[in-house]
Design a protein around this ligand. Structure first.
Ligand code: IMP
Ligand code: ZN
Length: 349
């Protein structure tokens, strides 16, 4: 079996995917049709192409955050966000994903409240589960640009939805422009969510900020995303690298996202190798498959090609990632699924 087919057929778990960053061109077109049919003014027609940040794009990391407003303009009603959820989940399923934790920031728009936004995503998840076998869960996102009241409001919402649907709403996360806001402002809300039973993941070390990174690691999140500026070679310090190594916190690694936002200069120099060689727990993820024109199977393939990993090593990465999913009840079941695939394809280590 060639590597392309192998990575596609390998049962994979996606643990870091932002809904509005994951919209494909065809999903955006479907949403434009829906808005036109509903008589809702859509101003995105002219610039959906600007949504994709390919290799060599000259936009900076901060510019990247502006592209999400294009997706947000399209997912402005409960129906639109439900359509976006269903189509996006279908694409992950078609790419060989067996479990996904989709994440999204609840938004108020002229057509919906934050609560209706979350309810619509959950509706999309439930409808999708009737159509295909992939298991889907939701992580509620807090944007770093939010003020204190908004942060508390989103934590309340996450806690309430987790209480009502613990089998679907499994976590809360912190994302958004990493140069904005201070981690300690979010600690009370995150702590409340943690005590209510939600798992926590944090975007950590996207930019150099050793003090904040140490605070994040000491907070003991259940996972972190990116973990770029941690080792001294990548702008971190010995102290935070040692803290990360001791912590065993699983890391959501997003190769193409980091290269295309120029957070790392190239695939070859990506910190994946450092994390992998140190034996740290890693979950290969897409981040924003629409914005970065990628897929989970493509990320596994790039990883294999760049770092010279065998099929057995790639499959082992997919297998390990099953133990980092927030729905702890399902970890062993999905891991068995990957093991079966490995046995069938003689890639068991
Ligand atoms: P949404 O939460 O479904 O609206 O997905 C888009 C949002 O995810 C953006 O507005 C950002 O807040 C967040 N996001 C997406 N990619 C990144 C990233 O690479 N770093 C930090 N935040 C991100
Ligand atoms: Zn992200």
């Amino acid at each position: 079996m060639d590597l392309y087919t192998f990575c596609r057929e390998l049962p994979k778990v996606e643990l870091h995917a932002h809904l509005n960053g994951s919209l494909s061109k065809s999903t955006m077109m479907e949403l434009q049709r829906y808005l036109a049919d509903s008589g809702i003014r859509d101003e995105t027609n002219a610039f959906t192409d600007e949504f994709v940040l390919g290799a060599g794009d000259t936009r900076t990391l901060s510019d990247c955050f502006q592209v999400f407003s294009i997706a947000h303009a399209l997912t402005c009603t409960p129906e639109a966000i439900e359509i976006a959820t269903c189509l996006t989940l279908q694409e992950f399923q078609a790419d060989g994903c067996c479990y996904i934790e989709l994440r999204s920031t609840p938004r108020n728009t002229p057509h919906m409240t934050k609560e209706q936004c979350v309810a619509a995503i959950l509706q999309g998840i439930q409808k999708s589960s009737l159509q295909h076998p992939m298991e889907s869960r939701l992580i509620i996102s807090i944007n770093r640009s939010s003020n204190k009241d908004e942060v508390e409001e989103i934590a309340d919402l996450a806690i309430e939805f987790h209480r009502k649907q613990p089998e679907l709403v499994v976590g809360i996360e912190l994302s958004g422009n990493p140069t904005v806001g201070e981690f300690k402002m979010f600690v009370p809300a995150l702590t409340r969510a943690k005590l209510a039973g939600l798992k926590i993941t944090l975007h950590c070390g996207e930019v150099c900020n050793p003090k904040e990174i140490l605070e994040m690691i000491e907070f003991r999140p259940d996972r972190i995303g990116h973990a770029i500026c941690i080792h001294p070679k990548y702008g971190g310090t010995k102290e935070i690298w040692t803290a990360l190594c001791k912590s065993s916190i699983p890391i959501e690694v997003c190769l193409t996202s980091n290269v295309n936002t120029k957070s790392v200069p190239s695939y070859d120099s990506h910190h994946f190798k450092l994390l992998y060689d140190a034996g740290l727990p890693i979950a290969i993820s897409t981040d924003d498959k629409g914005v970065f024109a990628t897929s989970l199977s493509q990320e596994y393939r790039i990883c294999a090609d760049t770092f010279n990993l065998s099929k057995a090593q790639i499959a082992q990465l997919a297998r390990n990632a099953c133990q980092f999913v927030f729905d702890t009840r399902i970890r062993n079941k999905i891991q068995e699924h990957v093991t079966e695939f490995m046995n069938k394809n003689n890639t068991a280590i």
